[in-house]
Ligand binder design. Structure first.
Ligand code: PBG
Length: 306
């Protein structure tokens, strides 16, 4: 009766890694229990998860090297395997809430989220590529885009581009406070998307900054975001709480790959009870103010509670 916070499967969004082809399933070495899946197997995975009460899925493409170039050309090609897969997922499961990733890194030969010229990221030129990417994704019937690229001004730009093309109903979950973090390591392994040089500190946030997250929230709020996200989650609970208190929008938190990997590793060593840590982590993220949580634990958590 006095318990203040409760996690439910409706709060969870399951990130999925999509492979090109058929019948393919490979485990991410640093994320035990998490697999890259080709479309046929991903459809079955989504079906199982829907049966467990999970309704949101964030689909990331694993792009083979020969498709990558400096301008991320494949990211907005309507017949690329990612678009075909999104179309089929929505056709088979219209009730699934499908979120896409908007950023250049999976398709970029430089491994950066924006266009690189002479070692620098070109913010405004990148918006053009992101806009084309968002339009190609929206045309597949997805529900919400997730710009994870961190270019300045992209939420307003993407909102405008989507509206002009008649995609007013497609939502934007903005990566509002995405920190330049060491916790993304296993994700970059999963997608083979690590930067080829330098780091992402000119466009992702400084982990030392708290007030700046509110400024980023204000910009995204004014530019038309539907959901504000904080990423990573556990080391940034203060930021989740700040955004929740400052903005009348749903707040998402991304319990990222490194947070998952740490729990799994310690569990395998016999040093921690992984199940307890999973439950406590998700509860804490929700208690801090997250309305929704992107987490690789989604399926495992829902199976435990069923
Ligand atoms: C990049 C992107 C990253 C993640 C989601 N989108 C990594 C990065 O910024 O390098 C990380 C997710 C995770 O670690 O689980 N656009």
């Amino acid at each position: 009766m006095v318990q203040e916070t409760e996690v439910t499967s409706k709060d969870l969004i399951f990130p999925l890694f999509l492979l090109e082809g058929n019948g393919k399933k490979t485990e991410v070495a640093s994320m035990p229990g998490i697999y890259r899946l080709s479309l046929d197997l991903m459809l079955r995975e989504i079906e199982t998860c829907l049966g467990l009460g999970i309704r949101g899925f964030d689909v990331f493409p694993v792009v083979e090297d020969h498709h990558k170039d400096k301008m991320a050309t494949k990211s907005h090609q309507p017949d690329f395997f990612y678009m075909e897969a999104l179309r089929k997922i929505k056709a088979e499961f219209p009730e699934a809430w499908i979120i896409t990733d908007v950023a250049m890194d999976p398709y970029s030969s430089d491994g950066h989220d924006g266009i690189v010229k002479e070692g620098k990221i070109l913010n405004d030129e990148t918006l053009d590529v992101l806009g084309k990417m968002a339009l190609a994704q929206a045309a597949t019937g997805i529900d919400m885009i997730g710009p994870s690229d961190m270019m300045d001004g992209r939420v307003g730009y993407l909102r405008h581009v989507l509206d002009e093309a008649g995609f007013q109903q497609v939502g934007i979950m903005s990566y509002t406070a995405k920190y330049a973090s060491g916790f993304y390591g296993p994700f970059r392994d999963a997608l083979d998307s690590a930067p080829k040089f330098g780091d992402k500190k000119t466009y992702q946030m400084d982990p030392a900054n708290r007030t700046e997250a509110v400024l980023e929230g204000q910009l995204d709020f004014e530019e038309g975001a539907d959901v504000l996200m904080v990423k990573p989650a556990l080391a940034y609970l203060d930021i989740i709480s700040d955004l929740k208190q400052n903005f009348p929008l749903p707040i998402a938190a991304y319990n990222v790959s490194g947070e998952y990997a740490m729990v799994k590793a310690a569990h395998q060593m016999g040093w921690l009870d992984g199940t307890r840590i999973m439950e406590e982590s998700l509860l804490s993220i929700k208690r801090a103010g997250a309305d929704m949580i992107l987490t690789y634990f989604a399926r495992e958590w829902a199976e435990l509670k069923k």
